[in-house]
Design a protein around this ligand. Sequence first.
Ligand SMILES: O=C(CO)[C@@H](O)[C@H](O)COP(=O)(O)O
Length: 229
Amino acid sequence: MNFDLPILAPSILAADFLKLGDELQTCKDAGINWFHCDIMDGHFVPNISYGPGIVGAVRKSVPDSFLDVHLMIENPDNYIDDFADAGSDLISVHYEACPHLHRTIQSIKQNGCMAGVVINPATSTDLLRPILPDVDLALIMSVNPGFGGQKFIQSSYRKVQELKQIRSELNAEFLIEIDGGVGTKNISKLVETGVDVLVAGSSVFKAEDIPERISELNSLALKGSEKVV
Ligand SMILES: O=C(CO)[C@@H](O)[C@H](O)COP(=O)(O)O
């Protein structure tokens, strides 16, 4: 699949669930074509969000958009079929939640989805080396997973640089995604550092004017991409 980078991926966790369809359409009309869905189970992370039912509803509401589903759950293997059937394009699982990560990544692909791997802020990028040739996307959590609206962890820039370096050493093609505390203040620098996909929850959905915020974030991201060497 070919993508125009960088990609702004609104996280629907911060949306108004009573108006979800309208807010998705507002994003679409503002040019968004990639949505991020955060699945939390109250075990791997302290919060509970939603399950395949909502992902299926999002799929129906924006049938042509790319659905990026981030599983913050224990035993993700048990739920991959459900999220694939709900219409996910990409399913990402946490390194920390998968004792048999290679098998889990295989299972995501066998279910017809692209596969991603995620690391928490305290997990080293080096640990991902063996799996990176097999994934389509690597996601760096720039907050501790579980809640929207948290402060961006500055050491995440270094992790983006490390992943970019590893990608070139391995001659691999995975996308680099960042999630947590992304907004107008850091989006340019994140793209400049090497991020391809930027997840933004509060910054998009809590804005007074969602289309205006999307346009601001997109143009700041583009500015960052002009500085990439
Ligand atoms: O996965 C998560 C949180 O665990 C994120 O996707 C957040 O939902 C991003 O929210 P903001 O930090 O952008 O508000």
